[in-house]
Design a protein around this ligand. Structure first.
Ligand code: NAP
Length: 290
């Protein structure tokens, strides 16, 4: 078994980006700038945005965090998005999800200028992804593809089972894995909560990508010998032995499964850091396009 080390890989990507930023600044231009909108005071969201800001600092990007109170109305948030859309100093921005219940997430996603949509959630970017046109690939699927590419894992002709059909992970990674590209060219099955014979299906996968948010759902009997397993799941469970009081648990029972795999990611040093690095890649791309 080889661990797919997302921490090391993302560090490499950050170094590559930092070098590009150095060259940009040396040429007398301003560095790329990412903004993050944080509505409310959800602990996990604050944590994610904090990490994204630290990542920006590390590679030399400018960053802005827009904090809005939990009672923010949809109209107030849409007005803020309008401002960010027309602010020339900002190359890309994200609105951290989930949003408070009074705000319709779809309306927010639709309001973001696709050229600044570095999360890749807007219809135009999702459509371009489906058509194989230049786009911002959403961060987690992009991170998985980068790991496959950097570890030179063969995907052509393999059976890839994607567990979970969310718009931000399961559906786009299923599209990317099935495209006529490398990595890609896999035969993909997209499974979800209504899928029958899930255990058998997962056990037939050469590549298993799990994004369902159910702790340690995938057990050894669901994994084929020699499979490549990506554990996207990240569920906070309380843990009094940690200073933070919690730890993140994946969707795969790592201890049970690891010895059956040829490659496997570990929560949180696998897909998570790659997701963050992908956001930086998209921000650099947004800057270069403008
Ligand atoms: P999501 O919106 O939470 O949806 C969950 C998906 O899993 C749905 O498609 C659901 O099926 C399916 N599902 C739930 N229970 C299932 C079961 N017992 N059997 C089969 N399918 C089941 O998905 P998400 O936003 O992609 O998040 C999934 C997990 O990934 C969460 O833990 C999240 O925190 C994590 N995540 C991590 C990163 C990272 O950077 N590491 C990024 C994004 C998300 P239905 O559609 O039928 O309901």
């Amino acid at each position: 078994m080889q661990l797919l080390n997302g921490t090391a890989c993302s560090q490499q990507i950050r170094q590559e980006i930092a070098l590009e930023v150095e060259a940009i600044v040396a040429a007398g231009k301003r560095p790329p700038h990412l903004a993050a909108v944080l509505v409310g005071d959800d602990g996990a969201s604050q944590n994610y945005v904090g990490m994204k800001v630290r990542d920006c600092e590390e590679v030399g990007f400018g960053s802005t965090t827009v904090r809005m109170k939990a009672s923010t109305t949809e109209a107030e948030l849409l007005a803020k998005i309008d401002e960010l859309n027309s602010n020339d100093a900002i190359d890309g921005f994200i609105v951290q999800l989930p949003l408070p219940s009074q705000i319709n997430e779809n309306n927010v996603i639709l309001a973001i200028d696709p050229t600044k949509d570095v999360d890749g959630f807007c219809p135009e970017n999702v459509g371009n992804l489906s058509l194989g046109l230049p786009t911002f690939v959403s961060a987690t699927p992009n991170g998985i593809i980068e790991l496959l590419r950097r570890y030179e894992i063969e995907t052509e002709g393999k059976h890839c089972v994607v567990l979970g059909r969310s718009n931000i992970v399961g559906t786009p990674i299923a599209v990317l894995m099935s495209r006529n590209t490398n990595p890609g060219n896999a035969t993909v099955t997209l499974a979800h909560s209504r899928t029958k014979n899930l255990k058998k299906l997962c056990a037939s996968a050469d590549i298993l990508i799990v994004a369902i948010g159910r702790t340690e759902f995938v057990t050894a009997d669901m994994v084929k010998d020699g499979a490549v397993v990506f554990d996207v799941g990240q569920t906070r469970v309380s843990d009094n032995t940690r200073k933070s009081g919690f730890r993140n648990v994946g969707d795969v029972d790592f201890e049970q499964v690891k010895d059956k795999c040829s490659y496997i990611t570990f929560v949180t040093g696998g897909v998570g850091p790659m997701t963050r690095a992908s956001l930086l890649q998209n921000t650099l791309k947004a800057y270069q396009r403008r």
